[in-house]
Design a binder for this molecule. Structure first.
Ligand code: ZZB
Length: 261
């Protein structure tokens, strides 16, 4: 599986992790990025938050003299063998913690309409065995993301978050003939999905949204407005790569675990 790694720079650490970061040696002078793995770079305009699995282990890994990446150790290891880190096969770990510690951290989401940044929020269904363990949230076009932000906004105390973190405006990114200009909320309603735990229905919604978005979608925003998604997708990816905010990340064969299976 070929993903695009999206670099979300940390702007402000959440209260639970601030002290850990302050006392961690080796971070001085490094920009730290949460790295999200996506198959849909063209949807980055619609990012409203970024998810981590609260019980998953994460680390900060030194990439080179300027940058460090925050992701699962498994992803850092894979990246180190894809010439993403300065020394082949090496991925020096500077810190480690669980995802729950990151909740409330503010990050810059490249291309997002939310220019002041978006918050790190918990998603129970994030898989440690896929991508980077960091999932950027696009509720207009990802049914899983829409179901999760809806649930988070309903129970902010339970999730120990501020309600408004889960309620950033959802803007239309892609227009499709069958599902209108926001496929995810449309499909969630159509398939009567009530919870982020509704696994089978969400897997179906995801597949439908993928197909319709890719084959029939038209961009509604950004540099490639009015262009077909099929054409815009590689252009958005190249634009982000040109800005140093994205890179190609390959998931090794045989280790891909899909959420539906
Ligand atoms: C942004 C985005 C916008 C995504 C969208 C999807 C959609 P797949 O096909 O199963 O490989 N993802 C990435 N890593 C994980 C993880 N560790 N655990 C759970 N989910 C993860 O799925 C790849 C997609 O699953 C990625 O692309 C990411 O969400 C999420 F509008 O990034 B995506 C219809 C889907 N729309």
């Amino acid at each position: 599986q070929e993903y695009t790694g999206i670099k979300l720079e940390v702007l402000e650490w959440g209260s639970d992790i601030k002290d850990v970061i302050a006392s961690t040696k080796g971070l001085e002078g490094l920009k730290i990025y949460m790295v999200a793995a996506t198959l849909r770079p063209e949807t980055m305009y619609g990012q409203t938050c970024c998810f981590v699995g609260p019980k998953i282990d994460y680390g900060i890994f030194k990439v080179n003299d300027k940058e460090a990446f925050l992701c699962t150790p498994r992803a850092a290891r894979n990246m180190a063998f894809q010439r993403i880190f300065s020394e082949d096969g090496k991925f020096p770990q500077l810190a480690s913690f669980q995802g729950s510690a990151l909740i409330g951290t503010l990050v810059n989401a490249p291309l997002s309409v939310h220019k002041d940044g978006v918050r790190i929020l918990p998603m129970e269904t994030v898989l440690a065995t896929k991508g980077t363990g960091v999932v950027t949230c696009v509720p207009s076009d990802s049914p899983d993301d829409y179901a999760t932000v809806t649930d988070l906004a309903k129970k902010p105390e339970y999730y120990k978050i501020q309600k408004e973190w889960a309620e950033l405006e959802i803007v239309p990114i892609i227009k499709t003939p069958s599902y209108g200009d926001m496929s995810a909320p449309y499909l969630i309603k159509e398939l009567k999905i009530n919870s982020p735990k509704d696994k089978d229905a969400l897997a179906k919604a995801k597949e439908l949204a993928y197909k319709e978005g890719f084959y029939q979608g038209i961009m509604l925003i950004g540099d490639y407005k009015d262009m077909e998604v099929q054409k815009a997708k590689p252009l958005v990816r190249e634009k982000l790569m040109g800005q140093g905010l994205a890179f190609v990340y390959n998931e090794p064969e045989g280790k891909v675990v899909s959420r539906s299976g």
